[in-house]
Design a protein. Structure first.
Length: 117
């Protein structure tokens, strides 16, 4: 059974940092493309960052480039999202997605990130 469990969300002041984690199980993690998405209230879900299998090629939304870093630790079946210089507009529910193979994808439940003073 595939499971993706996010953690690390919370309330942070503008300019602060958080590190999100997504622990995966039930599939061969090292072969999966992993991504972080977010959805703010009354907005569509958007792709924040992705990291490939193999060489770990990374990509980012323009809105987070230079502030967020995605990484993966295959030995722990975990993908991370380091978020620095957080802004109020980063407030959203952050979810991770796994694509272990073509035609399959799985989602975690999400973790709330609130950036507010």
């Amino acid at each position: 059974q595939v499971q993706l469990v996010e953690s690390g969300g919370g309330l942070v002041q503008p300019g602060g940092s958080l590190r999100l984690s997504c622990a995966a199980s039930g599939f061969t993690f090292r072969n999966a493309v992993m991504s972080w998405y977010r959805q703010a209230p009354e907005k569509e879900r958007e792709l924040v960052a992705g990291i490939s299998s193999g060489p770990g090629i990374k990509s980012y939304a323009d809105s987070v480039k230079g502030r967020f870093t995605i990484s993966r630790y295959n030995a722990k079946n975990t993908v991370y999202l380091q978020m620095n210089s957080l802004k109020p507009e980063d407030t959203a529910v952050y979810s991770c997605k796994a694509i272990p193979s073509r035609g399959s994808e799985y989602w975690g439940q999400g973790t709330q990130v609130t950036v507010s003073s």
